[in-house]
Design a protein around this ligand. Structure first.
Ligand SMILES: Nc1ncnc2c1ncn2[C@@H]1O[C@H](COP(=O)(O)OP(=O)(O)O)[C@@H](O)[C@H]1O
Ligand SMILES: [Mg+2]
Length: 232
């Protein structure tokens, strides 16, 4: 897996150098990220843990340029993030939000969208296969989004993200509102996505899930990572 603390970033897909992020709040300035440096080797499976409010989602927002660091730099494939147009960057380093943002049409409409971006049209089988991988029966294809539960929307969102085939997948508690069977299916799907050579960063609160999935576990605590490599 390489050295998690090795900061020679030529081989790294993502590299963070002394990254700070603060927010002005009614209670004063809050600094969830206090000078984080980290290298993420291409093809790694990183589990990100840390208590609620520790800065996990903030980190994902910085990695996709939804927000900018106050200090420090982030590199993707050796170039500063600012080198990439945000929309293109977000297709390669793709943030699967905890609360999905979907078009208020059918599941099918949502799944065809990423293909249209690439000038393609998916077959019905491609779409139903994606749904199955994300623990949804093919019958969901024609369903309107506004008739789905939160967990079902989360799975449609994941299916849509996977169809973009991002190089780096950022998953923000993707199984938080799912039942155990669906959780097992999603874990299997993401493991196989990772096995195809993609990099995965997965936020979870569950130590058992971290043990099952991660090669590297990083806990955000007091603004920095506490690192731990999981013995395989
Ligand atoms: N836009 C913002 N304005 C003010 N505070 C924010 C903003 N975004 C996040 N925060 C605060 O920063 C901290 C880290 O947030 P977040 O990254 O969402 O935490 P986590 O995902 O680890 O639960 C939290 O205390 C949150 O309230
Ligand atoms: Mg969060």
């Amino acid at each position: 897996m390489g050295e998690v603390n090795d900061l020679s970033f030529k081989e790294d897909v993502l590299y963070l150098e002394n990254v700070y992020k603060s927010y002005d709040t009614t209670d004063g300035t809050l600094t969830p990220l206090k000078g984080i440096s980290a290298s993420i080797p291409a093809g790694a499976f990183v589990i990100l843990m840390g208590h609620s409010g520790a800065g996990k989602s903030t980190l994902f927002r910085l990695l996709t340029r939804l927000e900018e660091p106050d200090k420090g730099r982030i590199y993707y494939k050796g170039n500063p993030l600012s080198f990439y147009a945000p929309t293109l960057l977000r297709r390669e380093v793709h943030y699967v939000f905890q609360t999905p943002v979907l078009f208020p049409h059918t599941v099918e409409d949502n799944l065809t969208y990423p293909y249209k971006l690439k000038g393609e049209m998916p077959t019905e089988k491609e779409m139903t296969d994606l749904l199955t991988q994300c623990a949804l029966s093919p019958v969901y294809l024609k369903r309107p989004i506004d008739q789905l539960s939160g967990g079902e929307r989360q799975r449609v969102n994941l299916a849509r993200s996977l169809s973009l085939t991002p190089n780096v997948l950022l998953l923000d508690e993707p199984t938080a509102s799912l039942d155990p069977d669906s959780t097992v299916q999603i874990e299997k799907t993401i493991k196989s996505y990772h096995a195809q050579g993609h990099t995965v960063l997965w936020i979870t609160h569950h130590p058992e899930q971290a043990e099952r999935l991660g090669e590297i576990v990083w806990r955000l605590k007091d603004g920095d990572f506490v690192r731990k490599a999981v013995a395989q």
